[in-house]
Design a protein around this ligand. Structure first.
Ligand code: GAP
Length: 454
């Protein structure tokens, strides 16, 4: 059995999407109107998971470094930004229509698409398929600024967060103590009118990016490019993605984006096959030079005895796509207490809820009182849940499904000797610890290194 077949045995996009819907991670957007295939809404646990993904990115990219600063730029930028960046002229995919089944396809991805007629084949493969010539379709969403809609009011929702960073290069270098090599990091929504969105959170029309532009002296770009490929790969592994599910794919010269002189994708073995998780590009001086030319503002680094246009290395990740990879990698089914259980083996720092506090007998007033006091203490420092309904087995199972790494159970013995059991989601081991030390113990474990299978 190949690696992909073996992997598909456990997690499929369908199973993960069903769990996400059932347990309030992700809902189809505009669900009561039949959904909008290209957009999703995050429920309670999904919001917490995605927030944790973004917080871990910011921790690694900014907090634990001295050479990267933050930015949060507007979504709608001056329309000239997209002229200068090349997006207006070149950010397009080739589109074909089928006159028979009326579906639209990306001309360069016909092998991944299914035609609208039965038996389903790739578009163009049946005698009935009647495809138009390919034409370029710009992926930017258009809108207009102000009450009068005319040519001069046209604006665009940003298709990448990167350009907001380039146009702030001067603001940042003149207001912060930075010098190359240094980076500007930004997390925010981007919008692309994708021809074929799909595969759940993998390709949407509205999504969140986590991008960092790293400005370096021109000769140093190749070295930093390699550095950031390794750093970003390490980040995914540290947060629990199996190394065997990650690989680097170097772009061939014919597929490079208009701004890039070298790009490596970090690919993840999604259940749909190896696909891009994050791209790391060497953008050279393309963006700063173009914005300087189009705006008439010099965008360069001026040191004591040097002056140059920095080159840019860009690690560009997607928050939703990363969340999907973490969910897929964590998804597991095994046996516990003689039953099949679904469990999300998420890294504790990514888990939406860190701890559940459970009185063994919910109706026992003394146990419930102790459990609530512990829960109220814990929730001040970490996302916690209190649950006193249903059998203890069912309550454990509920927490396993949302990936809660630890459950603290208050039982008769707690009332006698002040200890609680800590149940571990992955090993199912239970140990007794003093109730007073539970908070410090969990905080320690939350910050300890962790690997996927214990
Ligand atoms: N600034 C460079 C840039 O935007 P990209 O490879 O087009 O590069 C970077 O996008 C990352 O953004 C991708 O690796 C992916 O994780 C995420 N991404 C891009 N398009 C997406 C979409 N339609 N839906 C979800 N995530 C997307």
């Amino acid at each position: 059995m190949g690696q992909l077949e073996a992997y598909q045995g456990v997690a499929t996009i369908e199973k993960v999407a069903a769990l996400c819907r059932r347990r309030a991670f992700v809902f189809p957007s505009s669900d009561i109107y039949g959904g909008l295939g290209s957009a999703y809404d995050y429920g309670h646990y999904g919001v917490l998971l995605k927030q944790n993904v973004k917080a871990e990115w910011q921790r690694a990219m900014v907090q634990e470094r001295e050479d990267v600063v933050l930015l949060d730029s507007a979504i709608i930028l001056h329309p000239k930004v997209w002229e200068a960046s090349g997006h207006l002229a070149g950010f397009s995919d080739p589109l074909v229509d089928c006159r028979t089944c009326k579906l639209r396809f990306r001309a360069d991805k016909l092998d991944d698409a299914r035609c609208g007629r039965k038996p389903s084949r790739h578009p163009g493969e049946t005698p009935d398929c009647d495809l138009t010539e390919a034409r370029q379709f710009n992926l930017m969403f258009e809108t207009s600024i102000g009450p009068v809609r005319d040519e001069g009011s046209t604006a665009y929702l940003r298709p990448e967060t990167a350009q907001g960073i380039f146009v702030n290069f001067k603001n940042v270098t003149s207001s912060m103590r930075v010098r190359p090599p240094f980076g500007i990091a930004q997390i925010g929504k981007s919008f692309r009118n994708e021809i074929t969105p799909g595969n759940f959170l993998f390709r949407m029309r509205e999504f969140e990016q986590m991008e960092m532009e790293f400005f370096v002296p021109p000769g140093e770009a190749p070295r930093w490019h390699r550095y950031w490929v390794e750093e970003r790969r390490r980040w995914y592994v540290e947060l629990g993605i199996r190394e065997s599910h990650l690989r680097e794919r170097v772009h061939e010269s014919g597929e490079l984006s208009h701004y890039s002189s070298a790009t490596s994708d970090i690919e993840y073995l999604f259940p749909i096959g190896w696909s891009e998780l994050e791209g790391i590009a060497n953008r050279g001086d393309f963006d700063l030079s173009r914005h300087a030319a189009y705006s008439g503002t010099k965008l360069e680094w001026v040191g004591h005895d040097e002056r140059y246009v920095p080159h840019v290395v860009e690690p560009a990740a997607g928050a939703d796509r990363a969340a999907l990879a973490f969910l897929v990698d964590a998804y597991d089914e095994d046996e516990a207490g003689g039953e099949t259980r679904t469990v999300l083996r998420l890294h504790p720092r990514l888990a939406p809820v860190k701890v559940a506090v459970l009185p063994l007998v919910g109706k026992d007033a003394a146990m419930a009182e102790k459990a609530r006091a512990l829960y109220e203490d814990l929730r001040r420092v970490m996302q916690s849940e209190y649950d006193d309904s249903a059998s203890i087995g069912k309550r454990y199972r509920r927490q396993d499904e949302i990936g809660t790494p630890w459950a603290l159970t208050i039982d008769r013995q707690t009332l006698e000797d002040g200890t609680v059991t800590v149940r571990d989601r992955d090993t199912l081991a239970q140990e007794r610890v003093p109730i007073d030390g539970a908070r410090a113990l969990l905080l320690d474990r939350l910050n300890a290194p962790w690997s996927p299978r214990g």
